[in-house]
Design a protein around this ligand. Structure first.
Ligand code: FAD
Length: 321
């Protein structure tokens, strides 16, 4: 049976995040020939609708309001629920991002719905679809399906391949007027950490450093390697606790979850809490001077050596390509 599916498009700094296109591809599988409707929430956000359509949405509904200028779960849930009430879909898809993780449980509980979170793959289509999600900090995967009611799930960034962008696709992008009232939270100021280059959560290549890097300056060569590979720098909590880098770079159970095509772990021992955030990377390279380091258990390629010798060698080789 075909389904009507709502997909939340996530916009940061005026640009749709890739996970929105991945969520559309997931929605298409579930819709099974039904309608996929993009939802945009913000202030002056309607213009992003065209791109959602080019990536596979059939139409887009935008909710614009000055109070939605910055994300609050209160404001965004009011906006999303208004679209939900109008459309009465059979399924809802969000990205498993900081925003999605915050908003999806709130909306699911308001709708008295279940929630399949952190989906990394979908087998089958429509009602027969099985959702694959990691459990036990990524040590195992389970396959789940819903029996009845609203199908609500979030997709982990970088796991579901988006459809090819088709600039000839067209569809309706409409505005829904929603009264946003009684906000309990108002964001008065956003103090932004300035980070350059590729977004860590969506990077295809991550070069992550641990306590073995030994200093903030030691992260310089890691940044150079990441830049050469078009990637981003990440870190273990050990490195963040030691003040070598900012906590916004932390990967793991209490940090970011990343699934790049290539993860290079440099001077990281491979604690379970770190692996919870990176063990699903497609190819893992570990550089560690201790041949017994736990990280080698999940690595596809291991280099036993001193990172201060290995990283400059890698940089020199890549520069020659
Ligand atoms: P270490 O364990 O000290 O490892 C350093 C490694 O560098 C060693 O393997 C060593 O052999 C190697 N090394 C040293 N010098 C060199 C050299 N010159 N060349 C090559 N290799 C070298 N950790 C996270 O990362 N993310 C989390 O989200 C997280 N959440 C946590 C939540 C909880 C509740 C708890 C209790 C812990 C959490 N941790 C987390 C901490 C985790 O348990 C580890 O303490 C941490 O990951 C260790 O960081 P590390 O691998 O950089 O340091």
């Amino acid at each position: 049976m075909s389904k009507k599916v709502l997909v939340l498009g996530e916009v940061r700094e005026g640009v749709l995040r890739n996970v929105s296109f991945e969520a559309i591809a997931a929605a298409k599988k579930i819709a099974s020939g039904g309608e996929v409707i993009g939802v945009l929430i913000g202030d002056e956000i309607q213009t992003n609708g065209t791109e959602m359509i080019q990536y596979g949405a059939d139409r887009v509904i935008a909710v614009e309001h000055p109070h939605l200028n910055k994300y609050t779960s209160d404001g965004f849930s009011q906006a999303f629920l208004a679209v939900y009430e109008q459309e009465k879909p059979e399924a809802v898809v969000f990205g498993h991002t900081a925003l999605g993780k915050d908003l999806s449980p709130k909306i699911a509980s308001k709708l008295a719905s279940g929630l399949i979170s952190d989906v990394t793959g979908i087998e089958g289509e429509g009602n027969d679809a099985l959702f694959i999600r990691p459990i036990y900090s990524g040590k195992a995967f389970e396959k789940v399906k819903t029996k009845e009611g609203l199908l609500f799930f979030t997709v982990r960034p970088n796991n579901i391949t988006p459809l090819e962008q088709d600039s000839n696709r067209s569809g309706d992008v409409s505005l829904l007027s929603v009264e946003i009232t009684n906000l309990r939270t108002v964001i008065t100021e956003v103090v932004r950490k300035v980070s350059e280059g590729v977004d860590l959560s969506e990077a295809k290549v991550v070069v992550a450093g641990g306590r073995g890097v030994k200093s903030a300056e030691g992260f310089g060569p890691l940044q150079e390697l990441a830049n050469l590979l078009g990637g981003a720098v990440g870190a273990s909590r050990g490195a963040c606790d030691a003040d070598y880098c900012d906590y916004s770079l932390q990967i793991g159970q209490t940090g970011k979850v990343v699934t790049p095509d290539l993860y290079i772990a440099v001077g990281i021992s491979g604690a379970i809490q770190h692996m919870a955030g990176m063990s699903n990377s497609k190819i893992i390279v570990a550089i560690n001077k201790d041949p017994e380091a736990n990280i080698f258990k999940v690595a596809d390629y291991g280099i036993v050596g001193d990172l201060f010798d290995v990283i400059p060698m890698l940089i020199a080789e890549i520069k020659q390509l």
